[in-house]
Design a protein around this ligand. Structure first.
Ligand code: SF4
Length: 83
């Protein structure tokens, strides 16, 4: 008796789609003047390093979108982008 093949399921693409849709916070190191405004507004997401450049320490989370947008809008050199 031939062995029955296991049912074949199409590969799920939801995970890949979700990953593609995920936003990313980027600080342009050439534009950042290290003023610390972003860190003051969203310390969970930004930290000005010893080099005087803000660093993204946590990636975009939809639940904090207002805080992140506030940091983006408040950056005096427009160094922060969310892609
Ligand atoms: S607010 Fe803008 S210029 Fe100031 S530290 Fe943050 S990224 Fe740099």
């Amino acid at each position: 008796m031939p062995k029955k093949d296991k049912p074949h399921f199409a590969q799920a693409t939801r995970g890949a789609d979700a990953k593609m849709a995920k936003k990313k916070i980027v600080v342009d190191a050439d534009t950042c003047i290290g003023c610390g405004t972003c860190e003051g507004i969203a310390p969970e997401y930004f930290k000005v390093g010893d080099d005087g450049i803000s660093e993204v320490i946590k990636q975009y989370d939809e639940k904090d979108k207002d805080i992140i947008e506030d940091a983006v809008d408040s950056c005096p050199s427009q160094a922060i982008t969310v892609k």
